[in-house]
Design a protein around this ligand. Structure first.
Ligand code: SF4
Length: 487
């Protein structure tokens, strides 16, 4: 357990996120009372120094040297926060005898920091120096960020006229214990039909926003949940509604998350293909039946292989597979087994996630403690990276999540030419995404002011339905406002 007193210009949340990299006990208490705790660790954070007490005795002290660090173009107040984090991190490294590859960076979009810094005039060398010396990132991590950034820069273009559509189907055939998403367990066709009716109404009313503002669709992503929980007929109806309401360019990126193999049938795959879908995800998470049972997925490894082969027979040329590092009982041997399957199936995309236990998941409610050790977890990530790169793939997008195990990242690998533009855009926030469906979020990029306007749909089905019209009006107004300023 650790007690923390803050008398400095930094928020509890920022301090908490940094300490959590080291202290996995989830027992970090912020205290208003200044008296030194006689048991355990007690941190005092001030604007010019940090003190650490252990069982009532001062065990470490570090000065905050704001002027000795080099920064990007952050404001003065942010520089002080960075300097506090820099010193706190160094003190924690000394105490716990461990560090983190991301140093003091705890945000979810590390590549975005690199990209925006490049755009503001810094060169690669300067970025490397600040990330290493001030933000304390490991050189290997900086190399990965720079490499992903340069791939993204070669594929993405800032363009206010291009948008993507995201269509959410928040239903799944069963609940994975690690999942914190709003998805509900549902396979009942009539209930799903009720949802589809609202979704189709939303698609129809929002179409005029794109037409009247001359917005071109660059990619469509149907995600979830598990969109393939819909029946063949329902999928066909949804896809036909999209193509009748919106101008879809030929060969445009069109993705459906067919995530759970237990929902995939050859007929559904044919419906997707016939309607122009050209990328799908078939997500095993693990290629170990025991693990799949333990994490609440109602399918086997055999189902994954069957669904994958059916997708190939139907003609899908870009298939993604998600794996999660850190699932209960898994280690380097499990990763080797996963890789053996991947080598055999040869998907064009593989996304490696690191388990992150968030509020809303069964594991969070059960106080599940991540069992994989940092060293083992790193070995697994290194192995995946080495083997996927050896097979010709490259890391093309990455992001991080709250509470992610061992302060790792989630990383998408792709064979060149098969990168998913939507994935890059959603993480880097450089394209407007129009969201449809309960819980989806429309994100409108305002390049001029460097802002993202978020317009969420409610998660509750009834409220989502009741607010369709107002959500449409806000979206339309915001796009016209930003468009007008550009015009
Ligand atoms: S399939 Fe995905 S969205 Fe559905 S419960 Fe599992 S992790 Fe959550």
């Amino acid at each position: 357990m650790m007690k923390v007193n803050i008398e400095a210009a930094i928020s509890r949340n920022e301090v908490y996120n940094l300490i959590r990299i080291f202290d996995k006990s989830n027992q970090i208490n912020f205290d208003e009372n200044n008296s030194i705790s006689l048991q355990g660790l007690h941190l005092f954070i001030e604007n010019n120094r940090i003190l650490l007490f252990e069982d009532g005795r001062e065990s470490d002290k570090i000065d905050i040297e704001i002027d000795t660090l080099t920064y990007f173009n952050e404001k003065e107040a942010d520089r002080l926060k960075i300097a506090i984090k820099h010193s706190l991190y160094k003190m924690l490294v000394r105490h716990y005898s461990m560090g983190s590859k991301y140093g003091i960076l705890t945000g979810t979009r590390p590549v975005k920091l690199v990209r925006t810094t490049l755009e503001s005039g810094y060169d690669y060398q300067q970025i490397e120096a600040v990330l290493n010396k001030t933000y304390l990132l490991e050189p290997d991590t900086i190399g990965r960020l720079l490499s992903v950034c340069s791939i993204e820069n070669s594929l993405l273009k800032k363009d206010a006229e291009n948008v993507s559509l995201y269509i959410g189907i928040p239903f799944c055939p069963s609940r994975c214990h690690y999942c914190s998403f709003i998805s509900e367990v549902c396979t009942d066709e009539s209930e799903l039909n009720g949802y589809l009716e609202i979704l189709i109404e939303e698609m129809a009313i929002k179409a005029d926003i794109l037409h009247s503002n001359n917005l071109r669709i660059k990619s469509v992503y149907i995600g979830g949940g598990t969109p393939t929980v819909l029946s063949e007929r329902q999928l066909d109806r949804l896809l036909k509604t999209i193509s009748s309401c919106y101008n879809m360019e030929q060969n445009m990126e069109y993705t459906v998350e067919a995530g759970r193999p237990d929902t995939i049938t050859p007929f559904k795959l044919e419906v997707l293909k016939a309607n122009g879908v050209n990328r799908i995800s078939i997500n095993p998470q693990s290629m170990n039946d025991n693990t799949l049972r333990q994490i609440g997925r109602d399918h086997t490894v055999k189902d994954v292989v069957r669904a994958f082969n059916e997708a190939r027979s139907v003609g899908f040329k870009t298939i993604n597979m998600d794996l999660i590092n850190g699932l209960p009982g898994e280690d380097i041997r499990s990763a080797e087994n996963n890789l053996a399957h991947i080598r055999e199936l040869k998907p064009e995309n593989v996304t490696i996630h690191n388990l992150s236990i968030k509020r809303g998941s069964d594991y969070y409610k059960e106080n599940y403690v991540n069992l994989i050790q940092t060293e083992e977890s790193e070995k697994v990530n290194r192995l995946y990276r080495k083997e996927l790169e050896k097979s010709g793939m490259h890391a093309y997008y990455l992001y991080r999540q709250k509470n992610i195990a061992n302060n790792e990242d989630n990383c998408g690998y792709a064979c060149p030419g098969h990168e998913c533009l939507y994935n890059m855009n959603i993480i880097e926030e450089i394209q407007t995404i129009i969201g449809f469906g309960a819980g989806s979020v429309t994100k409108i990029t305002d390049f001029e002011n460097n802002r993202i306007h978020r317009i969420p749909n409610n998660r509750n089905l009834q409220t989502y339905k009741d607010k369709l019209k107002s959500n449409y009006l806000i979206t339309k107004k915001t796009i016209e406002h930003i468009g007008g300023r550009h015009g």
